[in-house]
Write a protein that binds this ligand. Structure first.
Ligand code: AMP
Length: 215
């Protein structure tokens, strides 16, 4: 079917291999909003790579490398690891062949300099961010979710407790939420009600992506 006919029928555009076109997505939201859960679902469905800076940093801490030892205390306090370290980490990942079909950034960018550095890196690669999906969740719900996650993972994450969470939310408000106007100017923000059931949130995300692909 010609692209125009597909568009008229509201169908997704497909590339030569019959796959949906590549997409670069940012999952944005406070700690406990469900970014990781939804990013994993997007990875499975669209075959685009989930890049979780939190997971990468936890692996570094677990490896007990010199870098791991430096960042352990920062993470346990709920503070942010330096922009320099994070930008290098993510720069290496997005250049990998596994990100060729696209990626979902989960936990990055968390500061305005990180967002600017990402824009520069993608610009040099002739790529861009397609969507910034913002999961909105009440603060009381975040605390309850983190408590549940702490029970499920049996203390697997040393920053999943009420005291550290309060600081992580504070850090989100002061350093991460200011990233939103940067993407607002580019018309990339898509707000999603993250208070709903996981499947409903997934459905809303898929509807947003399908609509954008059909446009
Ligand atoms: P997360 O798993 O995304 O909640 O991240 C856990 C912790 O890793 C954060 O509280 C920070 O200490 C650190 N971290 C993850 N991503 C970033 C980032 N983009 N910039 C700075 N620190 C980060």
């Amino acid at each position: 079917m010609a692209p125009d006919a597909a568009k008229a029928k509201g169908q997704k555009k497909v590339n030569k291999t019959g796959e949906t076109p590549r997409m670069n997505i940012i999952m944005f939201g406070p700690p406990g909003a469900g970014k990781g859960t939804q990013a994993l679902r997007l990875q499975q469905k669209h075959k685009i790579k989930q890049l979780s800076t939190g997971d990468m940093l936890r692996a570094e801490v677990a490896s007990e490398s010199a870098l791991g030892r430096t960042i352990k205390g920062i993470m346990n306090a709920g503070e942010l690891v330096s922009d320099e370290i994070i930008i290098e980490l993510i720069g290496n990942c997005i250049a990998e062949p596994e990100c060729e079909r696209g990626f979902i950034l989960d936990g990055f960018p968390r500061t305005v300099p990180q967002a600017q550095a990402l824009g520069d890196m993608l610009g040099h690669m002739g790529r861009k961010i397609d969507h910034v999906l913002v999961l909105e969740v009440d603060e009381e719900a975040l605390l309850a979710r983190i408590q549940t996650r702490a029970e499920q993972t049996k203390g697997g994450r040393s920053d999943d407790n009420a005291e550290v969470l309060k600081n992580r939310i504070e850090v989100y408000r002061n350093q991460t939420a200011p990233v939103l106007p940067y993407y607002e100017q580019q018309g990339l923000l898509r707000y999603i009600d993250g208070m709903r059931a996981i499947d409903d949130v997934t459905e809303e995300i898929e509807a947003i992506l399908s609509k954008a692909q059909a446009a």
